[in-house]
Design a protein around this ligand. Sequence first.
Ligand code: 6LW
Length: 507
Amino acid sequence: MLVNNPIIRGFYPDPSICKANGKYYMVCSSFQFFPGVPIFESDNLVHWKQIGHCFTRNSQVNLHKINSSGGVFAPTIRFHEGTFYMVTTNDTYHKNFYVSTTDIYGEWSEPIFVDQGGIDPSLFFENGKAYFMSNGSDDDGKGCIFQCEIDIKTGERLTDSRPIWKGSGGRYLESPHLYRFGEWYYLMAAEGGTEYGHMITYARGTTPYGPFTPYENNPVVTNRNLGGHQSVIQGIGHADLVEDEYGNTFMVCLGFRQAGMWVPYHHLGREVFLVPVKWRDDGWFEAGINGTVEQVMEMDIKTTSAQSAMNYNVSSSTLGDNELRWVYLRDPKKENYEFIEDGIRLKGTTVSINDRDTPTFIGIRQSEFYTNLKVNINSNAKEAGATFYMDENHHYDLAVTNENNERKVMLRLCIGDINAIVNQTRIISEDDSIVLKIVSDPINYYFYCLVGNEEIFLGSAQAKYLSSEVAGGFTGVVMAMYAVSSKEDSKEYAEFTKLNWDQKENQ
Ligand code: 6LW
């Protein structure tokens, strides 16, 4: 069938996949957002639905006041003897740890820590042993994959951490994943850094700890040589392998959709791509189309599944607690959020969205370039509105303010050191309903408010200033509703109702 990439769209980086009970499960990194590590399920590898998160309790991961793009880095998911394991790093605290569950739809355990450094930890099980891999640096300061054996019940290290592979020479050797296919052990990794030079490399050996011989045509997949006019898909790397029930092998990896041609940028974050793998007779594998990833690729996927593609639209009917896409920043206080009929009621606190903290903020990832948002707002808070948010230093806010007995709708742009209200309009009549409207395309966001019957255009802002190239970090744009109050424990609330956010792949 023809597969349309990305298969999961918007900021869902560092995919890891496993097969269990006839279905596929995938997890992604989540950084400063909570709940952490979204879990997706599929029965055909192409169409996915979110079924939960691994981190649903603050006790599992400390996100308190952590830096943006800190917190939860790349996870690996594995299924072994009836138990799912998800292993990851809290990068802010340089801690590697895992959680487990026997019920993928239920809660995951408290964390078990492993005393091995680096990031991108992964697990490989064989013959009663659990091997733990992560990246690090060797004595010469060069990137290296380290491995130890652990007691999977306690996380205790049973051997020293040994260097097992130095990669193919690219910088930032990351994302080690170990597999056994037939007689060979394959160690796959990413190199080049998670930007335009990203690539997937691998090596194989006859034991799980090597020595590993690199594939002669490394990188096995990269889009680094396809300039902006040849492919809008860039940054392909950080992959994990899975075999389907027919014996076909596939890779899930991250990549991003570039906007802008001569000044390339991406603001939707790193997304999930599916790539076909082809085994050669000599036991090495190739992947993609001549080692590259295209938006639409023919793949040998035999599916009788009725599971359909994910729908990224958001509306009041999906507003409730059962919408799994909602994310909060860091360690949210549940009592500040109340799902009401046709909407959500937010209680403001004095923490603003410019702070590296936990404002009252509830969002959903922007998954497509072309989006159209409308939401009714009724607020007595000092400030409440909708924001397109990359991090506390990069966000565009369309908000209702109540100060000095004046109600206004304002457009504020925060781009690094510049944080300025660029336009505002006073709301005269108390009776007028206020609708916030934001339209986006790959290049711009356009901001409007509808007051009574009048539509007022407040201005536009370029998407590139919310991009990873400008903001830095590892996340993507999240659309959120937020509220800020003038003082602690005030009775300042904002109600958002009739939310409608269409997200379309093409105009
Ligand atoms: C992740 C590393 C990477 O841990 O970026 O693209 C880091 N690769 O493997 C954060 O996502």
